[in-house]
Write a protein that binds this ligand. Structure first.
Ligand SMILES: Nc1ncnc2c1ncn2[C@@H]1O[C@H](COP(=O)(O)OP(=O)(O)OP(=O)(O)O)[C@@H](O)[C@H]1O
Ligand SMILES: [Mg+2]
Length: 263
């Protein structure tokens, strides 16, 4: 298995330098001011992230299962023109995409109950970001090769966090939605009635709580030490939580918050 992982990593690394779509139109245009272009993989040293965090704002959205990440992301997309990327959705889509070079591998890892190698998840995120930046945009926050992303449910483990920040784009902030396990369980059991998600059953939910505590909480602590965590109490109604999140993001985008904050 490690040999396969090495091979994937190697392949992905090489692929990284072949994708022209990782840069924005501004970056690929011959008339563009080079200083306004995001750094691209082609001109980057191996330790330079693909995207320049001064122009590309990445907000990680974390919180326990059922805390309301997806719900709030949908609201924030409307408010601020974010591109919302969910790592889980990208993996599922890639697995089902005809002609995917990673589909079989993803299927194999999932079938064997293993975590998909982070290189694949990160590469999917990077590709999705590159594709979004390459589209023409007229909305605020997307001019001149700029962009703003909500990355939902990622990074779930420390290694993913470190690798993304180092290789793809240094994250701007973590939105951390928090509430009690009791509340999350209640929400997920309710969602189970219509979600069709295989993991929306009590046994899976309990396992997800455990994995979240063991693997994702250290990620929150890591970013907290860097002063990059906005903790939002997600116990209130969807609209109340939305208003709190909206207020905080407005301030972060205006450059008014550069430290941990709690709302
Ligand atoms: N503040 C809230 N009050 C009551 N219900 C909520 C609230 N926020 C979200 N919900 C509901 O709880 C359920 C879980 O929300 P959501 O899918 O957004 O969670 P999530 O954090 O994305 O979960 P997962 O990690 O499983 O993807 C949904 O049915 C949603 O409608
Ligand atoms: Mg979700």
């Amino acid at each position: 298995m490690p040999a396969i992982v090495d091979k994937i990593a190697e392949t992905l690394h090489i692929k990284k330098h072949e994708h022209p779509d990782q840069s924005s139109p501004a970056a690929s245009s011959s008339t563009a001011d080079p200083s306004s272009a995001p750094a691209s993989a082609t001109d980057a040293a191996s330790t330079t992230p693909v995207f320049d965090h001064e122009k590309v704002k990445v907000f990680f959205v974390l919180g326990g299962p059922g805390a309301g990440k997806g719900t709030q992301c949908a609201n924030l997309v409307q408010d601020f023109g974010f591109c919302h990327l969910s790592a889980g959705d990208l993996l599922r889509a890639e697995q089902n995409r005809e002609g995917s070079e990673y589909g079989e591998l993803i299927r194999k890892y999932i079938r064997e109950g293993q975590i998909v190698p982070m290189e694949i998840t990160i590469k999917l995120l990077e590709n999705a970001m590159g594709a979004e930046l390459a589209k023409p945009h007229t909305t605020e926050g997307w001019e001149d090769g700029r962009g703003r992303f909500l990355i939902d449910g990622f990074p779930r483990k420390m290694d993913q966090a470190l690798k993304f920040d180092e290789d793809v784009c240094l994250s701007t902030m973590v939105l951390f939605f928090t509430t009690t396990e009791e509340e999350m369980l209640k929400r997920l059991l309710e969602r189970a009635k219509t979600s069709g998600r295989e993991d929306d059953n009590e046994e899976s939910i309990r396992k997800r709580f455990r994995v979240y505590k063991e693997q994702t909480m250290p990620v929150i602590e890591h970013y907290s030490k860097q002063g990059k965590v906005a903790t939002i109490d997600a116990t209130a109604t969807i609209e109340e939580v939305h208003q709190k999140a909206k207020e905080i993001i407005s301030k972060i985008l205006a450059g008014e918050i550069g430290h941990n904050i709690t709302a």
